[in-house]
Design a protein around this ligand. Structure first.
Ligand SMILES: [Zn+2]
Length: 234
């Protein structure tokens, strides 16, 4: 019997909508994931009063980059002649907040639901993963990762630098099943999803109509585009 899930999968494949179970949410406390793929870089802007979303690059007329450029000019203007370095730094706060921030996209099994999801991680989390990858005891060289990780989030940490800690979680999760591997193989690779997000945004910016027969692939965006680690601390 064809299940509803089969029908959904069929539609996803036919219309090229496959991004698995959407985006995993990193909640306060423990977040257990098995990371299945390398993580790919994308830039994002988080201007609460302006552009929020993927950075498409200055050359493509990224509104976020234009806003950031303007903020930088303003900051430089204000900081001119300010001898107190600490005071001068303050003028750059808004610019630092809205400039393009590195984010990384990968697939992971969310152990909460045992589903394969897209996982967007911050630079700090990626650094912690890189440390594990290079560690004598915890090192790994293939994907899926051979153990799960716990991304511990502490919203009440005194500094945004301490919002996330990543520890290995070797016990209890076993190997990634063939079923999950097969599921992953059908999904659109993260780097392609990033490219589509950019293409879609560029299209919106240039108000270009879709060509006849062209399918709007409708890549979804994470629900919480603003995360606490985007609060500037430099
Ligand atoms: Zn940009």
């Amino acid at each position: 019997m064809q299940t509803f899930n089969d029908s959904l999968k069929e539609a996803e494949q036919k219309f090229n909508m496959s991004s698995g179970g959407g985006y995993a949410q990193i909640q306060n406390g423990d977040n257990l994931f098995r990371i299945l793929t390398p993580a790919y870089l994308l830039g994002k802007h988080f201007n609460e009063m302006g552009y929020k979303g993927v950075c498409v690059g200055k050359d493509n007329g990224c509104p976020g980059c234009l806003e950031a450029d303007k903020a930088l000019q303003d900051a430089e203007e204000k900081a001119k002649g300010e001898k107190d370095k600490e005071k001068a730094k303050k003028f750059y706060e808004f610019y630092n907040k809205i400039k393009s921030k590195p984010k990384y996209l990968c697939y992971a099994i969310d152990h909460r639901t045992d589903e394969v999801k897209l996982l967007e991680i911050s630079h700090g989390v990626l650094q912690a993963l890189a440390m594990l990858q290079n560690d004598k005891e915890w090192g790994f060289s293939t994907f899926p990762m051979i153990y799960s990780v716990n991304i511990k989030k502490d919203e009440n940490a005194p500094s945004p630098r301490d919002y996330y800690k990543v520890v290995g979680s070797p016990k209890g999760w076993g190997e990634v099943s063939d079923e999950k591997k097969a599921e992953l193989a059908k999904l659109t690779p993260p780097e392609e999803i990033i490219q589509r997000q950019k293409d879609k945004k560029i299209k919106e910016l240039t108000h270009k109509e879709l060509a006849p027969g062209e399918v709007d692939r409708g890549i979804e965006y994470p629900k919480d585009e603003i995360s606490p680690d985007d609060i500037p601390f430099n």
